[in-house]
Design a protein around this ligand. Structure first.
Ligand SMILES: NC(=O)c1ccc[n+]([C@@H]2O[C@H](COP(=O)([O-])OP(=O)(O)OC[C@H]3O[C@@H](n4cnc5c(N)ncnc54)[C@H](O)[C@@H]3O)[C@@H](O)[C@H]2O)c1
Length: 415
């Protein structure tokens, strides 16, 4: 790199931020960035003195609060990485573009379409790159290229599924986990907006390879369920018809005792593509496209940063892997799905199973692997699967006024 290192502040250093720090330290070694500042209220805590000293040893200035960092470091930063809880993304991204900075914003970019539209109105919103790092992996890149070259013919359907168990501790790790709203701020935490967000966003990126980024939903059925004792959902199925006739089917759950990898099946009228997102393996009509992830997790983040840094150097976000505008379809789908589903159904306790010995803290919806197969083989929604009596009992319940108010601005189907 010829230019000076990009002066960067990392906002949020714990949780997933730890992975980012490792990747950024590699970027620093290679002269791309300078980790000039770190912001996290946790850095002010007595118990984290060692962590703070570790940052300060690298000559990184530490702050407990973003606004203080922006105030004290005016003119000394080019960009920030935001890897904080979802409810803070909107306000933090806005403050940073207001301060003329480029932003690498972890997924999901914001919690609601309303927030997205407000952010997009900012004259400098094109400086925001969204960290959908997994959907930039080679398995996605190569499949997008195959679709773009017409190897699958005209796309007919995109189907994404995953069973990723999550224990109680996952929901207890932070005040916003498993919540719809916190302190009046929308969160909408759940598999589609958090752990499996890449899978859902990946569908839109694959679709864009044939139809362009603006392809929107014309018809949608959706169901949200909770089996864990949480406010938000842990299980979702939806089936959508897109503007150009492509069908999207999505079924995800954290309420399972067996893991089934995050998988995408792409049916075209000439060939079928498969992406096993967890292993990076992808095929078209059985012929291997990619069989590796393309490097370690850090290497993947480093790749994303190289893309981001090139944009910062060029003073343009046009070529970011994922920019803010690209996420409109993804966020609109989730929000519309929630509106159509009219809230979340609680799965009755007699439908749940536990295995404290092998899967401590996890809860599973009985037979959910069988149900998932039925859904992908034609039922399309959990409630239409013969083996899913749990999906047909009880009423959906909009338990959270905070989220309803936030969504009301945009949600189609609401009056
Ligand atoms: N790309 C991926 O593969 C991936 C994986 C996991 C999480 N994530 C995303 O990363 C983000 C953070 O998730 P997490 O599970 O690490 O969250 P978390 O609750 O562990 O918080 C991350 C850090 O942010 C800090 N923080 C909290 N409030 C803050 C504030 N006001 N200012 C600065 N820092 C603050 C916390 O102290 C913590 O150190 C989310 O958007 C999540 O979806 C992405």
């Amino acid at each position: 790199m010829n230019d000076q290192p990009i002066r960067l502040a990392q906002i949020g250093v714990g949780g997933f931020g730890h992975y980012h720090t490792q990747a950024l330290l590699q970027m620093e070694e290679r002269g791309w960035v300078r980790l000039a500042a770190a912001v996290d209220p946790a850095l002010d805590l007595e118990k984290n003195l060692v962590l703070r000293e570790e940052w300060q040893r690298r000559s990184t200035r530490c702050f407990g609060e973003l606004r203080e960092c922006l105030r004290q470091m005016t003119g000394q930063l080019d960009a920030v990485l935001i890897v904080t809880p979802i409810p803070y993304h909107f306000e933090m991204a806005l403050a940073c573009v207001d301060a003329d900075l480029f932003v690498y914003l972890e997924k999901p970019p914001v919690a609601t379409v309303r927030q997205l539209e407000l952010l997009l109105k900012h004259p400098k919103s094109d400086r925001i790159a969204v960290g959908f790092n997994r959907s930039c992996w080679p398995c996605f890149r190569e499949m997008k290229a195959a679709i773009g070259q017409g190897r699958l013919g005209k796309l007919r359907s995109l189907r994404a599924s995953a069973l990723w168990p999550r224990p109680r501790a996952y929901y207890e790790r932070a005040a916003w986990a498993g919540r719809l709203a916190v302190d009046g701020l929308p969160v909408f935490d759940g598999p589609a907006s958090n752990a499996l967000a890449h899978l859902v966003m990946g569908l839109f990126q694959l679709l864009a390879a044939q139809c362009g980024p603006a392809c929107s939903v014309v018809d949608l059925e959706a169901e949200f369920y909770r089996a864990h004792e949480i406010e938000s959902y842990d299980t979702l199925s939806l089936t959508a018809r897109m503007e150009d006739g492509v069908e999207m089917i999505i079924a995800l759950s954290h309420a399972c005792l067996t893991e089934l990898p995050a998988t995408i099946e792409i049916r075209g009228d000439e060939a079928t593509g498969i992406i096993d997102v967890d292993s990076g393996f992808s095929t078209v009509n059985g012929v291997v496209l990619t069989d590796v992830l393309g490097g370690s997790y850090y290497a993947q983040l480093v790749d994303c940063y190289e893309n981001f840094c090139r944009g910062v150097q060029a003073q343009s976000g046009t070529d970011f892997n994922t920019n803010l505008e690209d996420t409109r379809g993804y966020l609109t789908l989730l929000e519309t799905a929630y509106a159509v589903a009219k809230g979340i159904r609680t799965v009755g306790k007699h439908h749940l199973e536990y295995d404290e010995k092998n899967m401590p803290g996890c809860v599973g919806i009985r037979d959910i692997p069988v149900v998932l197969r039925e859904l992908m083989n034609g039922a399309r929604l959990f409630s239409r699967c013969p083996s899913a009596s749990w999906a047909r009992s009880g009423q959906a319940n909009e338990a959270c006024d905070g989220l309803r108010e936030s969504l009301a601005f945009h949600s189609p189907g609401r009056t």
